[in-house]
Design a protein around this ligand. Structure first.
Ligand SMILES: [Zn+2]
Ligand SMILES: [Zn+2]
Length: 363
C-alpha cells in the first residue's frame, strides 16, 4: 500500500505531465469505437483519487435509494465518514474500510463541507496517515465527461469539445496507473483536473464522438493540453526533457485575444520570493520549475506559465511578465476554441496542434 507520504510527494509535482511512470499492463482489446492502438490501452472503468489536493478528514456521502454499503443492502442513504485517532470511523463506529455503491445510473454526492462532488459510480474510503483516502470508480465515459466539463463549458463549440476530449482520453490511456496501487489517476492538475460537479448532455455527446477519433504518433498517444499557448506551443522535450512522439512547436495566433496571451503580474518582494528570483535565469526564459517554485510561494495565479519575458524590481515589488497560461505543450485550448468558432472540425483542430501525429476517424 502506498503511504500517504508517498502520495503527497506525488501530488507535489504540480503539472499534468508524464514522468515516465510505468502504466499498468494494457487490458485486452475492448470495443470503444477507437483504433486498436488506442482502444487496447483504454480501460472500461477508471479509478480516481478524489479530493486529492485536500486534507479531507471528514466526508458525508449521500446516496439514492437502493445504495449498497460494503456489498450489503443499505437503508441509511447518508453516511458520515471520518478519520479519528488514525482510524476510519463510519457513522460513529470504527471500520477497516467503507465501500458505497449506488444502483445502476445512480449518483453519489460527496461533501467535505467546503467541496462537493457528484459521482456516477462507487466510492471506497479508507484511512490514510493524516487524511481519508477516497477513491471513486466509474465508467471511462463518466470520468472523461467530468474531465471535459471541468476544463470547458457545455456551451463551448462542439468541435472544440470533441477535440479536447480526444486528447484527454489519450491522457487516460497513457497515464493510467499513475497512482497505483491506490488509483489510476487523481482529480487535480497532477493528472487531469476533474471536479465532478455534474455534466451536461452536450458534454456527454462530445465525449462519445471523441471516442471515434484516434490521435496517435507511432506507439505514442499525444495527450497534453494547456489553457493558452501565448503564440506558439512547446514540446515535452523543451520543458520536461522527455522525448515524446507527436509534438512540435506550432505557431498559434488563435489565442491572441486571450487575456493570458501576454500577461503581467505584480508580486511582493518577500525574502522567499527574492531567493527564488535570484536563482532564475535572465529573462526571457522558459522554465517549468521556476513556475512551480514561484507558484508554491506566491500562488499559481502569479507566474501563469513557464515562459517569462520580463522580471523587474520596482520598489518593494517585482513585476513579472510572460506569455501563455499553463505548460504550453500540445493543444492550446483558447486557440482550439477559436478555431472551432470559425468552423474548423475537431479533426482539423487536432491536425493543427499535432501536425506530426496521425488523426483518424473510425467509422
Ligand atoms: Zn495525479
Ligand atoms: Zn494558442
Amino acid at each position: 500500500m502506498m503511504t500517504v507520504r508517498c502520495l503527497l510527494l506525488l501530488l507535489g509535482m504540480v503539472c499534468a505531465r508524464t514522468t515516465g511512470t510505468a502504466d499498468a499492463p494494457p487490458p485486452a482489446h475492448r470495443a470503444h469505437g477507437n483504433s486498436p492502438a488506442v482502444a487496447s490501452r483504454l480501460p472500461d472503468t477508471v479509478s480516481a483519487l478524489l479530493f486529492a489536493g485536500f486534507n479531507v478528514r471528514r466526508l458525508t456521502v449521500n446516496g439514492p435509494r437502493g445504495m449498497c454499503m460494503n456489498g450489503g443492502a443499505d437503508t441509511a442513504r447518508v453516511h458520515t465518514i471520518a478519520l479519528a485517532g488514525g482510524a476510519l470511523v463510519v457513522d460513529g463506529v470504527k471500520a477497516s474500510g467503507c465501500t458505497l455503491a449506488p444502483p445502476a445510473s445512480g449518483v453519489l454526492e460527496l461533501s467535505t463541507g467546503r467541496k462537493r462532488k457528484r459521482l456516477s459510480g462507487s466510492v471506497t474510503i479508507s484511512a490514510g496517515e493524516d487524511r481519508l483516502v477516497i477513491v471513486g470508480y466509474m465508467a471511462l465515459r463518466d470520468y472523461l465527461a467530468a474531465a471535459l466539463s471541468t476544463e470547458a463549458s457545455g456551451s463551448d463549440p462542439m468541435e472544440f469539445l470533441v477535440a479536447l476530449s480526444a486528447v484527454q482520453r489519450n491522457y487516460v490511456a497513457s497515464h493510467r496507473g499513475r497512482h497505483a496501487p491506490l488509483a489510476d489517476l487523481c482529480d487535480v492538475t497532477h493528472c487531469q483536473l476533474a471536479d465532478f460537479s455534474g455534466v451536461s448532455p452536450r458534454i456527454q455527446a462530445a465525449v462519445a464522438r471523441a471516442m471515434s477519433i484516434s490521435l496517435t504518433a507511432g506507439e505514442g498517444l499525444p495527450c497534453y493540453y494547456s489553457a493558452a499557448c501565448g503564440g506558439s506551443t512547446l514540446t515535452p522535450a523543451q520543458i520536461w526533457r522527455t522525448a515524446e512522439p507527436g509534438y512540435s512547436g506550432v505557431i498559434c495566433r488563435h489565442c491572441r485575444h486571450s487575456l493570458r496571451f501576454r500577461w503581467e503580474r505584480t508580486i511582493e518582494a518577500t525574502p522567499e520570493i527574492e531567493a527564488i528570483i535570484r536563482q532564475a535565469p535572465s529573462p526571457p526564459f522558459i522554465d517549468d520549475d521556476f513556475k512551480i517554485r514561484l507558484g508554491r510561494v506566491a500562488g499559481f495565479n502569479k507566474a501563469l506559465s513557464n515562459t517569462i519575458d520580463r522580471l523587474e524590481r520596482r520598489g518593494r515589488r517585482y513585476v513579472i511578465a510572460g506569455r501563455g497560461f499553463g505548460h504550453r505543450v500540445g493543444l492550446c485550448m483558447e486557440g482550439a476554441r477559436e478555431l472551432a468558432r470559425h468552423g474548423r472540425s475537431a479533426v482539423d483542430i487536432l491536425r493543427f496542434y499535432f501536425p506530426l501525429a496521425r488523426v483518424q476517424v473510425q467509422q
